[in-house]
Design a binder for this molecule. Structure first.
Ligand SMILES: NC(=O)c1ccc[n+]([C@@H]2O[C@H](COP(=O)([O-])OP(=O)(O)OC[C@H]3O[C@@H](n4cnc5c(N)ncnc54)[C@H](OP(=O)(O)O)[C@@H]3O)[C@@H](O)[C@H]2O)c1
Length: 308
């Protein structure tokens, strides 16, 4: 008897198209968005949750008894992991979003330091408002979380005449351990957060962290909002001592009327770092490669075993 094709659930038509023609696969587009699931949930072996997984989309995994692989479209997986059932492995999309997210970091840093937000507002008002601004060249940049995206940021900053310091969980040549952060923070003009969500990193940017940052320094958050204690950041930024650019916030979405919206030295984008055609295409190809690996019994990539 022929074995049945493995059922793969993907969240969008483009991801399904990327899997077209994959031998041994039966692909359905389904992004759970409510408590009701089609009966085929019982047969799903390989599940790709939506890019921004809502609670129903992750809770659905608990009703997939044959589930073997959960493949996220994102590098972060903090919302998904608690719901991955025993017997299934979780794989993230580490590497897939490096170009887009690193580009956001560099673009947002330049925009903040060259005051593009101010000039855009003046342009909208039809005013030629000349002013002198600061400059990225000569700055000291501290990358907190020197992983896949952190390294991509450094490659992109190579021509900007900056001095780069790196921090990771574990020390290695050219990379300082997280225990040295208190000594490195006072030296940095720009602090870029690119660490994952772990028990160690949630709330790591608190009043003490911010107090060690240099007067006039810029905090760049492209990681996750929960790394930063928002009230502590609001206090420092409202006092005018620090500036911030953030693609991610806590809470997210940032609600109307939140104090962060009104601060002139804050630039906020709505979690768009990896929302580009390059990221989408790379993610679709990565899902195809992973599904092929699963179907042909090869080792999967990006299997999450430890903290991240
Ligand atoms: N804004 C967006 O749209 C967007 C897009 C993609 C990703 N992200 C976020 O970016 C994060 C990083 O992605 P990635 O692919 O670069 O991850 P990665 O390759 O796993 O790198 C994570 C880095 O963080 C370091 N780290 C871990 N704990 C730390 C701590 N307590 N203090 C300082 N550094 C610590 C790790 O150290 P070791 O090297 O020693 O392990 C590693 O260098 C993701 O987890 C995700 O949340 C956001």
């Amino acid at each position: 008897m022929l074995s049945e094709a493995a059922l793969i659930w993907v969240p969008t038509e483009p991801v399904a198209q990327a899997l077209a023609g994959l031998a041994g696969a039966r692909v359905q587009v389904h992004a759970p968005d409510g408590p009701d699931l089609p009966p085929s949930a019982a047969d799903v072996e390989f599940y790709v949750p939506p890019f921004f997984p809502r609670p129903d989309a992750v809770a659905a995994m608990e009703r997939m008894p044959k589930l073997k692989v959960v493949q996220t479209l994102t590098a972060g997986f903090d919302k998904v992991r608690p719901h991955v059932p025993a017997g299934a492995v979780l794989c993230n999309a580490r590497g897939v979003h490096d170009a887009s997210t690193a580009e956001w970091v560099v673009g947002a840093t330049l925009a903040a330091i060259r005051q593009f937000r101010y000039f855009a507002a003046e342009q909208a008002a039809g005013r030629w408002s000349y002013r002198f601004t600061d400059c990225v060249a000569g700055k000291s940049v501290l990358i907190v979380g020197y992983g896949s995206i952190g390294q991509a940021v450094e490659r992109r900053l190579a021509g900007f005449e900056v001095h780069i310091r790196r921090v990771a969980r574990t020390a290695r040549a050219g990379v300082s351990p997280v225990s040295e952060l208190p000594d490195l923070l006072p030296e940095a003009d720009v602090v870029i957060l690119l660490a994952p969500v772990t028990t160690q990193t949630v709330g790591m940017v608190d009043a003490a962290f911010l107090a060690r940052m240099k007067d006039g320094a810029l905090l760049v958050n492209a990681a996750r909002g929960v790394l930063v204690k928002t009230d502590d950041l609001v206090a420092e930024v409202a006092a005018g001592r620090l500036s911030a650019v953030m693609d991610v916030t806590d809470p997210e979405p940032l609600p109307p009327g939140h104090p962060l919206w009104a601060l002139p030295n804050v630039l906020i984008t709505p979690h768009v770092g990896a929302s580009t055609p390059v990221s989408a295409r790379t993610a679709e190809q990565f899902v195809r490669d992973q599904a092929e690996r699963y179907l042909t019994g090869q080792p999967l990539l990006n299997v999450i075993t430890g903290d991240y």
